[in-house]
Structures are given as structure tokens and as C-alpha cells.
Design a protein around this ligand. Structure first.
Ligand code: MLT
Length: 316
């Protein structure tokens, strides 16, 4: 049980340097980035608190090995890499840091969108090769077009605001409408639609939903077929929300116009999406801004302090 003694903390993904320094000032901190499951199982044996992001799987095996483990701090939003059921039965509390990265992720989604609709990455590549071919670049504008938001949490709500700023019509789909947020959506003029209606009417479909049993494979062949052939798909959530093979085929065959993907099933591997001209890829950097990482770092140290005081940090 938490007392006033220092904790043994294991950090397995990069967290802000200031947060690390604060943790180190009071606790014993072991940093081992991206360990294998076997390494993690042996490291975790005498650990009280695990700090992780999305890069490491925290399986039942890991939780079983963590004899003293009391708390997992997810230094980010998605908890899909943590076996939450196993954590619950092991009596390990899991907390995350929702909201802190919402603006950064929303801004990246717009960056990916503009990169796709205006051919920014392709253009940059050509200019660097000494090719100057304006006629290759007939883009489309966002103003007057429809932005379809799948997931209207912190990121989706911010995207709605930005989308309105671009002069877009904004529609959204959400599995369980949060009454508190309804007002905010209404403020940003978001019309709630069923998923099929959203897919059929949107020029841009942006995914920012957590990966859960409900959203796993949410966008597959028939959903992609329901989209306009001129539509662009943006995924800043998790690769698992979309069926990879089906998205690849839809993009290759021009059944949708393009995609901006910050998440890939093959994280760290190149993958075949790189073969396609109508796709812009980033290496899961939605939350990677100085502002956001500093905020998350603060929340991580706050969560550890609260835990030490015997308080339970709110989860999501
Ligand atoms: C998140 O869920 O917060 C993001 O995937 C970012 C991360 O953890 O690196």
C-alpha cells in the first residue's frame, strides 16, 4: 500500500525530461524504453508504478509478473495496449491523461488532410528533385465541404471547431452521445448522423475514436464503399479501427481519393501504404509536440503524487 516512502517506477516509453527529473527527485526510476515482453516481465518484478505510452503491450503475463505493481500511468490517451481486465483482477489501477493531447492530434489531422488535398508532400518531393510541374497539382478546397467526425471526444470536438473555421459543414458520429458534450457540439454546429449517413455525405472522414471491441474493424469494405470516391480518410486514432487490407485496396483502386494516416498496423515497419501516391503517412506523432508532452508529463507526476497520498486518479 502506498505510504510516504519513495516508489520504484519503471518508464518504458519516452516522457518529458522535466517529468522524469521530478520523478527522479523523489523516487527510484528505471528507464528502459520499448522492452520486449520477456524483458518487461523481469524488470517489473519489483516495480510499484509503470509509466507507459502506446509503444509497449501490457499483457496479462506482464501484470502477473508485477508482484508489487499498484499503478499504471498511461502517459497519453488510448489504453488499448493495456489488458484492462487483467489489471482490474490484479488490483492494478490504470489511469490515462485524456484531453492533454487533443489539440495536437486535431492539428495533425488537419495537417495530414491539407497534405493530401493539396499534394504538399508530393510537391515537396518534386521540388527537391528539381521538377516544377504545377499542372500535376490540382487540389480541392475544404471550404464548403463536409467534415465527418467519427468520434467526438476531446479530439473530435476540437476538430469540429477547426473545421468550422475552415468553413466546412461538420457532421459527427458517436457511439454514446455524452449529454455534457452535446451542448459543445451544438455550439460548433455539429449534426449528429448515423455512421452510414456520415460516410455517404462526408468529403473528409476523420477517425479519432478509441480502439475498443466496438470500434475494432469499424471501417471495412462496405464502409469504404459507402464513401464518396472523392473522399479523403484521415486516421489519427489506431490502425485497428480500419481493416488494413480493405483500406489499401480502396486507395489503390481509387474507390476513395486519398488518406492521411498517423497510425499503421505495422508500427515501425514501412508497410505497403508507402507504395501509394494518394497517401500521406506520419509515424504516430499526433501527441508529439513540446506543449502536449510537457502537459502530459505534469499529469504523470501529479498521478504518481496522488497515488502516494492514497488518492485514486480518475480514469478517462
Ligand atoms: C495516445 O494514445 O495518447 C497516443 O497514441 C500517443 C502516445 O501514447 O504516444
Amino acid at each position: 500500500a502506498p505510504g510516504d516512502r519513495a516508489l520504484r517506477i519503471l518508464v518504458v516509453d519516452p516522457v518529458h525530461a522535466e517529468a522524469l527529473a521530478r520523478l527522479r527527485a523523489e523516487h527510484e526510476v528505471v528507464v528502459r524504453l520499448q522492452p520486449s515482453t520477456a524483458e518487461l516481465c523481469s524488470l517489473i518484478e519489483d516495480i510499484d508504478v509503470l509509466v507507459a505510452r502506446s509503444g509497449v503491450l501490457i499483457t496479462e503475463e506482464v501484470l502477473d509478473a508485477g508482484n508489487r505493481l499498484q499503478l499504471i500511468v498511461r502517459a497519453g490517451v488510448g489504453t488499448d495496449n493495456v489488458d484492462l481486465d487483467a489489471a482490474r483482477s490484479a488490483g492494478v489501477h490504470v489511469c490515462n491523461v485524456p484531453g492533454a493531447s487533443a489539440n495536437a492530434v486535431a492539428e495533425l489531422a488537419i495537417g495530414l488532410l491539407l497534405a493530401v488535398t493539396r499534394g504538399i508532400v508530393r510537391g515537396d518531393g518534386q521540388v527537391r528533385q528539381g521538377v516544377w510541374n504545377k499542372s500535376d497539382f490540382e487540389g480541392t478546397e475544404l471550404r464548403g465541404r463536409t467534415l465527418g467526425l467519427v468520434g467526438l471526444g476531446n479530439i473530435g470536438t476540437r476538430l469540429a471547431e477547426i473545421g468550422r473555421g475552415f468553413g466546412m459543414r461538420v457532421v459527427g458520429n458517436v457511439s454514446s452521445p455524452d449529454p455534457v458534450r452535446r451542448e459543445k457540439w451544438a455550439e460548433h454546429g455539429v449534426d449528429l448522423l448515423s455512421l452510414p449517413d456520415l460516410l455517404a455525405t462526408s468529403d473528409v472522414v476523420s477517425l479519432q475514436t478509441p480502439l475498443t471491441e466496438l470500434t475494432h474493424g469499424l471501417i471495412g469494405y462496405s464502409e469504404l464503399a459507402a464513401m464518396k470516391s472523392s473522399a479523403v480518410l484521415i486516421n489519427v486514432s489506431r490502425a485497428g479501427v480500419v481493416l488494413d487490407d480493405e483500406l489499401f485496396a480502396a486507395l489503390r483502386d481509387g474507390r476513395i481519393a486519398g488518406a492521411g494516416l498517423d497510425v499503421l498496423a505495422t508500427e515501425s515497419g514501412l508497410g505497403r501504404f508507402a507504395e501509394l501516391d494518394n497517401v500521406v503517412l506520419t509515424p504516430h506523432i499526433g501527441a508529439m509536440t513540446e506543449d502536449t508532452q510537457r502537459r502530459i508529463g505534469q499529469a504523470v507526476t501529479d498521478a504518481v503524487s496522488a497515488h502516494l497520498r492514497g488518492e485514486q486518479v480518475e480514469n478517462r
